[in-house]
Design a protein around this ligand. Structure first.
Ligand SMILES: Nc1nc2c(c(=O)[nH]1)N[C@H]1C(S)=C(S)[C@@H](COP(=O)(O)OP(=O)(O)OC[C@H]3O[C@@H](n4cnc5c(N)ncnc54)[C@H](O)[C@@H]3O)O[C@H]1N2
Ligand code: MOO
Length: 406
């Protein structure tokens, strides 16, 4: 029996960050930048108005107030999108809209609410400070400045900045393409009614969803029967399209545990019992010339999802250029709101419901119990040395509904 840390350590030793690729901005969301990006233009690109109102020379409005306005002629209208360079002479105003270029010479904007809204001439009831409601060219980003560094995760704000600063394509670490392959003669496709002795292949649906939630690009292969030739063929076919392969089922002590039978003979896949519950039978190794990592997760549904969170998610993040800073990854502290037994000598992952920062078990803990799994908010980590959780104990928890997608 090996520890959770040993098995994870072996996995993280073996996986590599994927080589960078060039990508359009929309496809780059959720990826990590592979190089620094500099702005090719300044932002804002030109000095413009922050308000709908009147462009003025501030000096013309000295002493203007609510009761004692200054009245000036309005010599032009400037809408957003106006591309003519205009000049404002002293003693004049121009009506200006938000985002429209400030005319040369103007140094402030009076919002329309502080005026009578005049079109030919306007009564201005306020004396603005120089620069008021003016957005200076380059005040946000200077041309040539590094706007995002290699390693930055691209979310909506980052792709917007790249677009605005003149970058349409970027070099990123791609999202790992993850093939999910379930095994077992008992499996039927989701949507089909299982006969006696059959189960719906819910694991592949679950693992595709889990892979997507950590920012990978999953591909689901329907259930493969417990047949060595068919499994070998399926694995060989999928190796072409995969940065990682996840299998479920067929790794325990059963007489028809085909994954173990097939993968023991090829690549470097090693099968171990890991001191955890659920998720004890695990396998990991690399396959083919491209050294594609293969995770063989147990078939029990809860075991498979726990194994995904503990072993596969950190590996996928490392491949995507987002290595974990610490283990356990993404875990949050919580206080036990109840007492429950745990198994000594194994790290137990109790399905819990979260109530603020307090947790209690979410119903049945059997590794086949999807009903209780779906009712859970998080996995509470009970360390191997604890035989029992007492009310008030501090535990680390992994939220189950979290998503890495920015
Ligand atoms: N004699 C022993 N028996 C078992 C041991 C052991 O150490 N000695 N370990 C148990 C543990 S712990 C686990 S976990 C399971 C793991 O078994 P396998 O990975 O070989 O999985 P299967 O036998 O194929 O299936 C187990 C269970 O899960 C259901 N299943 C499988 N695939 C799917 C799927 N795609 N979607 C939904 N459900 C699935 C399957 O019907 C079985 O009920 O072994 C224990 N046995
Ligand atoms: O250790 Mo198995 O993964 O519970 O059911």
């Amino acid at each position: 029996m090996i520890s959770v840390e040993e098995h994870l350590g072996r996995i993280l030793q073996a996986v590599r960050q994927l080589p960078p690729t060039e990508s359009g901005l929309l496809e780059a969301q959720g990826c990590v930048l592979a190089e620094d990006v500099t702005a090719s233009v300044q932002l804002p690109g030109f000095t413009n108005s922050a308000m709908d109102g009147y462009a003025v020379h501030a000096a013309d409005l000295e002493g203007a107030s609510e009761d004692d306005p200054v009245v000036l002629p309005v010599v032009a209208d400037i809408a957003a999108g106006n591309t003519n360079a205009l000049t404002l002479a002293p003693g004049q105003t121009m009506r200006i809209m938000t985002g429209a270029p400030l005319p040369q010479g103007a140094d402030a904007v009076v919002p329309v609410e502080l005026t009578d809204g005049g079109v030919a001439k306007v009564a201005l009831h306020a004396a603005p400070a120089v620069g008021q409601h003016v957005r200076e060219a380059g005040e946000d980003v200077r041309a040539g400045e590094v706007i995002l560094r290699a390693g930055a995760l691209l979310g909506p704000g980052q792709v917007a900045l790249l677009a605005a600063a003149g970058t349409a394509r970027v070099r990123v670490v791609p999202k790992p393409r993850v093939v999910v392959l379930s095994t077992g003669d008992e499996l039927v496709e989701p949507g089909r009614e299982p006969g006696f002795g059959q189960v719906v292949d819910s694991n592949s649906v679950m693992l595709v969803a889990a892979a997507r939630a950590v920012g990978a690009t999953p591909h689901r292969v329907g259930g493969v029967p417990d047949d060595a030739r068919q499994l070998t063929e399926a694995l060989e076919a999928q190796l072409q399209r995969a940065d990682a392969i996840i299998t479920t089922g067929g790794v325990s002590m059963g007489a028809f545990d085909t994954v173990k039978e097939v993968l023991s003979k090829v690549g470097t896949v090693q099968f171990d019992k890991v001191a955890m519950r659920p998720g004890m039978p695990q396998g990991f190794g690399v396959l083919g010339a491209a050294q594609v990592p293969v995770f063989t997760l147990p078939g029990n549904p809860v075991s498979a999802l726990v194994s995904f969170h503990v072993f596969v998610a950190p590996a996928l993040r490392a491949m995507a250029g987002r290595p974990e800073k610490a283990w356990p990854p993404g875990f949050v502290p919580a206080t036990a709101a109840a007492s429950w037994p745990s198994v000594e000598g194994k790290m137990e992952f109790t399905r819990v419901v979260l109530d603020g920062d307090r947790v209690r078990p979410a119903g049945g803990q059997g590794s086949h119990m999807l009903g209780a799994l779906a009712a859970a908010d998080a996995l509470a980590v009970v360390p191997p040395e604890m035989a029992r959780v007492e009310e008030g104990d501090e535990l680390l928890c992994l939220p189950l509904l979290g998503t890495d997608a920015p």
